[in-house]
Design a binder for this molecule. Structure first.
Ligand code: NI
Length: 174
């Protein structure tokens, strides 16, 4: 197994049906609880352990999920409220190095994700099927992307990082 991709690399779907969308939304809604379970009982030293060599610590992974998914929620809102909005890329590795994103107290990000994913899930559940074909423009990738592909990507993204933490715990016997 590649420790960077414990659940495999992201495969972006090329089509979707209503059941696919429901499944992805359920994954997004489940992430805060799954993440809280994955970090349950870890002490400061464990939270400060990299999940792989030269990789982010467990705390950085938790804060990264909050950073990335705040951006994702804003992108979702932009897609719904504007025609082909240009999204703002962010330097995720630099975001993971700021002082508060390197620190152990992860409760703020766990709470943030709980509120954020409740809003995000409710937003996605309120949409009509055709709205999942609305698009954003990503200037760094120089391409457009459908909302349903973004939703599939973030469903994968949450599970991907939870698996990093669970694998570390399994490997360390924590
Ligand atoms: Ni990530």
């Amino acid at each position: 197994m590649d420790v960077r991709y414990p659940i495999g690399k992201l495969e972006i779907p090329q089509s979707f049906n209503e059941q696919d969308v429901r499944n992805w939304i359920e994954e997004i809604k489940a992430l805060p609880k799954r993440l809280r379970e994955a970090v349950s009982g870890l002490d400061g030293e464990q939270l400060n352990t990299s999940y792989r060599e030269c990789g982010w610590t467990v705390a950085q992974v938790v804060h990264h999920l909050a950073d990335a998914h705040m951006n994702a929620f804003i992108r979702t809102k932009l897609i719904i409220t504007e025609d082909l909005p240009t999204v703002k890329p962010f330097e995720e590795n630099d975001w993971a190095e700021t002082a508060e994103a390197r620190s152990f107290p992860i409760e703020a990000s766990l709470k943030l994700l709980e509120g954020l994913h409740e809003r995000w899930g409710a937003l996605l559940e309120s949409l009509e099927p055709e709205q999942f074909q609305r698009k954003l423009y990503h200037p760094a990738l120089k391409t457009t992307m459908d909302l349903y592909k973004c939703v599939a990507m973030y469903a994968w993204h949450g599970k991907h990082h939870v698996a990093h933490i669970k694998n570390l715990r399994a490997q360390k016997g924590w």
